[in-house]
Design a protein around this ligand. Structure first.
Ligand code: HAM
Length: 458
C-alpha cells in the first residue's frame, strides 16, 4: 500500500480521518476521492447520546447511582464481555435473553465470549473470583452502571445496547434487605421527579415449594388445549405461559394455580415481612401473582417497576432475590437480591411526564471577545472561573460579536462576558444577564468574584 498523502488530492484539505476513509488507492501511489460523505451509522438499535439531550441521560444515571450510594452500595465496574457459559448457566438456557438475544463471538483462540446481557451474573463471578464472599463482611453491597447488550427487535424503548443502573446485596437473607433494595429504586425514581409508575411484587417461592408448584402448574397446563409451541414452553418453563399476552391463552389460564398460594411457610413469612417493611417505609406496591420475569435465577421476592406512559416497553426496572445463583456459579451458597433499572426507559418516562431531567446548559458563563487582545484576556478569566468551579466556554474562531452572541445563546449560559478594546482600555468587562438582557460593566479584576456570587445566589 502506498502511504497516504498529507493532503487529499484535488481538494487541498489537510488529511483527516474522514478523508483518509474517503480515499481509495490506485496502482502507482495515486489516490482518488471516492466520496465526501461518510455512510457509517451506529449499529441498528444502538442509540447515541448527544448534547443537549445527553444531559437527561447523565442526570438519570447519576441520580439512580446516588440513591444506591446513600444506602452504602460500593461501585463495581464490570467487564463488558464475559465467558458465554457464565450467562448460559447464570441467566438460564431456556430464557429468551440467553437463547435468542445474546451477542456471542469467538475470540482468536476460539473461546466463546458474550457481550453482557445483564449485570447480576457478572457481579457473582467477580465476587466469587476475588473472594469477597469470604471477607466476613456481609452483605456485600455493590452498584454498577453501564451498557448491556441484547439482540432484540429495536423499537421505542427497546434497544440492542441498553443502559442500566443496578445494585446487588449478597449474603444476607433478611426481608429488610429486600425492602431496602426496592426502596432505593423507588426513592431514586422519585428524586428524579418521576411519579406515574407502580411497583408490582410477588414471591416465586424457594427450593422447598417451587418444584412441587412447577409440577402442579404443568399438570394444569398439559390439560389445556394449547398449541404445540405453548405446550413446549409449558414443558420447559411453565411460568412463562402465565405471562402469555394472547387473550385466548389468558382465558385458558385464568384459573391456573399461582405460586403465591403454594408458598412454603418460610417463603410466605419472608414475603409478608417484606410487604410489612414496604408498608412501614410508605413504598406503594401491588401484589401481582402472575408477574413473570425474563431471567431464571429468581427466588422468593420478585418485583418490577412499570410506567404505563411507555406503551409496550413499560418496565422501567426490575429485580428480585436469587438465592441459588452463587452456588450455581461455583461459589458458596450465599443469598442475594438486587435490581436493574433501565436508564433509557426512565429518561423516556420522565419526558412522558413532561419533566425532562438534567441541565441542558453546557456552561454558566460564556465569553464573547472582540479582537485578539480581548480574547487573550478572556481566556485567562475563563481559566480563573473554571478554577473556581464555574463552567465557562468562549467564542472561538473570530466570528465577530453577532456570531459570538448567537453562540452564547445556544450554550445556555446564564451570563455572557462582552469584552472589546475599549472595555480592555478601561479595565472593565460587560456582564450580560442572558435571562433579562441587562448588561452592566464590572471591573475586570473583580469579575470572577462577582460572577461566583451571582451564580451562587441562583
Ligand atoms: P431486566 O428486567 O432484564 O433485569 O432488566 C432491567 C431493566 O432494564 C428493565 O426493566 C428495562 O427497564 C431495562 N431493559 C431491559 N432490556 C432493555 C432493552 N432492550 N432496551 C431498553 N431497556 C431495557 C435484569 O437485567 C436483572 N439483571 C436485574 C437484577 C439485578 N435482578 C437482580 N439483580
Amino acid at each position: 500500500m502506498p502511504s497516504l498523502p498529507e493532503t487529499a488530492p484535488g481538494c487541498g484539505e489537510p488529511r483527516t480521518l474522514r478523508n483518509r476513509l474517503d480515499l481509495v488507492a490506485h496502482g502507482g501511489g495515486n489516490w482518488t476521492i471516492v466520496t465526501k460523505t461518510s455512510s457509517f451509522t451506529a449499529p441498528k438499535g444502538v442509540p447515541d447520546y448527544l448534547p443537549p439531550a445527553s444531559s437527561e441521560f447523565v442526570a438519570v444515571r447519576d441520580g439512580l447511582v446516588h440513591a444506591a450510594r446513600l444506602a452504602g452500595y460500593g461501585h463495581i465496574e464490570l467487564p463488558v464481555f464475559e465467558q458465554t457459559a457464565l450467562f448460559a448457566r447464570g441467566v438460564g438456557e431456556s430464557t429468551d435473553v440467553v437463547s435468542k438475544e445474546m451477542w456471542t463471538f469467538a475470540d482468536r483462540n476460539g473461546e466463546s465470549f458474550t457481550l453482557r446481557p445483564e449485570g447480576t451474573a457478572g457481579v457473582m463471578r467477580a465476587v466469587i473470583q476475588h473472594g469477597l464472599d469470604k471477607s466476613g463482611q456481609l452483605p456485600i453491597k455493590l452498584c454498577y452502571a453501564g451498557p448491556f447488550f441484547r439482540y432484540e427487535n429495536p423499537q421505542a424503548g427497546r434497544y440492542r445496547q441498553l443502559q442500566q443502573v443496578g445494585v446487588e446485596a449478597i449474603g444476607v437473607d433478611d426481608p429488610a434487605l429486600d425492602a431496602e433494595v426496592i426502596a432505593i429504586a423507588d426513592a431514586g425514581f422519585r428524586a428524579l421527579g418521576l411519579t406515574g409508575f407502580r411497583l408490582d411484587i410477588t414471591s416465586l417461592g424457594d427450593d422447598t415449594c417451587r418444584p412441587q408448584y412447577r409440577e402442579l402448574l404443568q399438570d394444569f397446563l398439559f390439560g389445556l388445549p394449547l398449541d404445540e409451541e405453548t405446550k413446549r414452553r409449558a414443558a420447559i418453563n411453565p411460568l412463562r405461559v402465565l405471562d402469555d399476552k394472547r387473550p385466548e391463552v389468558r382465558e385458558l389460564t385464568a384459573n391456573a394455580p399461582l405460586m403465591i398460594d403454594h408458598l412454603s411457610e418460610s417463603a410466605k413469612a419472608h414475603f409478608e415481612q417484606v410487604l410489612g417493611h414496604l408498608d412501614a417505609l410508605g413504598v406503594p406496591y401491588t401484589v401481582n401473582p402472575r408477574m413473570v420475569r425474563g431471567l431464571d435465577y429468581y427466588t422468593k421476592t420478585t418485583f418490577e417497576f412499570v410506567h404505563d406512559g411507555l406503551g409496550a416497553q413499560s418496565g422501567i426496572g426490575g429485580g428480585g432475590r436469587y438465592d441459588g445463583l452463587m452456588a450455581e456459579l461455583g461459589g458458596q451458597p450465599l443469598s442475594g437480591i438486587g435490581f436493574g433499572i433501565g436508564v433509557d426507559r426512565t429518561v423516556l418516562a420522565l419526558r412522558e411526564e413532561g419533566k425532562p431531567a438534567g441541565d441542558p446548559a453546557r456552561c454558566d458563563v460564556f465569553g464573547a471577545p472582540l479582537g485578539d487582545a480581548a480574547k487573550q484576556r478572556l481566556v485567562v478569566v475563563a481559566a480563573q472561573l473554571r478554577a473556581a468551579g464555574v463552567r465557562v466556554d468562549l467564542a472561538y474562531g473570530g466570528r465577530g460579536m453577532k456570531g459570538a452572541m448567537k453562540a452564547a445563546d445556544r450554550s445556555g449560559a446564564r451570563y455572557t462576558l462582552v469584552l472589546g478594546d475599549r472595555d480592555l482600555a478601561e479595565n472593565s468587562v460587560g456582564v450580560k444577564d442572558m435571562s433579562t438582557g441587562e448588561q452592566r460593566q464590572v471591573p475586570l479584576d473583580e469579575v470572577v468574584g462577582v460572577l461566583r456570587e451571582a451564580l451562587a445566589a441562583g
